[in-house]
Design a binder for this molecule. Structure first.
Ligand SMILES: Nc1ncnc2c1ncn2[C@@H]1O[C@H](COP(=O)(O)OP(=O)(O)OP(=O)(O)O)[C@@H](O)[C@H]1O
Length: 326
């Protein structure tokens, strides 16, 4: 299998084919380059996050993957097809701009969206009722969209994205506009899709959603992708921090602490040495430092994002804001 940036199935010959294999995608609008050479390799069945600040190029990238717009340069294979339009009926897409016909009943709206992706209307209506029931909106089946709350309408649109049982679901900022409870429900729904083998790609500027949900992420800033790969790998770009508390404050063991060690109250903190913590532990024990506690804390994805994409890109990102309505 050929490898592209961010292919985190490297080393396994039995890995399923990639759901998305995009190379060198470029999109220009007038003089501005919105997407500037993006490679993405997204395994089948993954939950994959596209993380970036406003204007980074997330939507433009997704729209190229969906075949809504064509790249000026580069290639994309989507579910094995070089033209995404050929596999449109296997794809579900929730655009960033939400909107349904206000006069339609909820179940009709879902069936209509399914029909646009090739699902016969009769089947779509039946499935729509089931979906609404199973997502706690049984009471809203016959209600017009204009009679629903914003959160309910958004759920209806999401169900319309799923009604034809797509193999690939692309969600553009799906958490925006949802309250904390509905954000939690959406996380459960996304996990459920992945459990059934559906590939889910979503864009977000809220890092916590990606950190909780995704196996793989692409960090995008200024139209470029400085990182694509496993969330773990991104976090490992920053050394873990050691936090050490000792009974004795002085002693020869202090010499064993790394140069960057700083005392914060009762604790020492420093980056985990490349040699690991064992040689240090040995020195602390031999020097009778009296270890009271020692913990190793891996960097969070937000810190990794800052290290990879820079402070400027990170300033528009949200570390964790369950009630985010941006
Ligand atoms: N149709 C268009 N015509 C001109 N410029 C565009 C068009 N679509 C996007 N752009 C520009 O391309 C850049 C990337 O936009 P894009 O919508 O892809 O970013 P994004 O990461 O999705 O941001 P946001 O979260 O704010 O939607 C921006 O500078 C935007 O103004």
């Amino acid at each position: 299998m050929t490898m592209a940036t961010g292919d985190f199935s490297a080393g396994t010959d039995t890995a399923p084919p990639l759901a998305i294999d995009a190379r060198g995608l470029v999109k220009r609008f007038d003089a501005a380059t919105a997407v500037d050479g993006v490679d993405l390799a997204i395994p089948t069945g993954a939950i994959y996050g596209i993380l970036g600040p406003n204007g980074a190029g997330k939507t433009t990238t997704l729209r190229m993957l969906l075949g809504i717009i064509d790249p000026d340069a580069g290639e994309r294979m989507v579910l094995g097809a070089s033209n995404p339009q050929d596999v449109a009926r296997f794809i579900g897409y929730l655009p960033e701009e939400r909107g349904l016909y206000p006069a339609m009943k909820a179940y009709e709206a879902i069936a209509f969206m399914g029909a646009l992706r090739g699902l016969p209307l009769k089947q779509g209506r039946e499935k729509a009722r089931e979906l609404l029931e199973s997502h706690g909106l049984g009471h809203a089946v016959e209600r017009q969209i204009r009679q629903l709350s914003k959160g309910m309408a958004q759920t209806v649109q999401l169900l319309g994205t799923l009604v034809h049982e797509p193999k690939l679901v692309v969600l553009d900022e799906p958490f925006s506009g949802l309250d904390a409870i509905n954000q939690g429900k959406l996380e459960v729904l996304i996990r459920g899709l992945a459990d059934k083998g559906t590939t889910v790609i979503f864009s977000t500027h809220v890092i916590a959603h990606a950190e909780r949900l995704c196996e793989g992420i692409a960090i995008i800033a200024g139209g470029k992708v400085p990182f694509a790969g496993r969330v773990d790998e991104a976090r490992d770009r920053i050394p873990a921090q050691v936090r050490l508390e000792t009974r004795r404050r002085e002693g020869g063991w202090l010499a064993a602490l790394p140069d960057d060690a700083r005392r914060l109250g009762d604790f020492w903190t420093f980056a985990l040495p490349e040699s690991g913590v064992e040689p240090l532990l040995k020195a602390l024990i031999e020097g009778e430092a009296g270890i009271l506690s020692l913990s190793i804390e891996r960097a969070g994805l937000h810190d990794a994002f800052v290290a990879i994409a820079g402070e400027a890109a990170a300033k528009d990102m949200v570390a964790n804001e369950p009630g985010d309505t941006a």
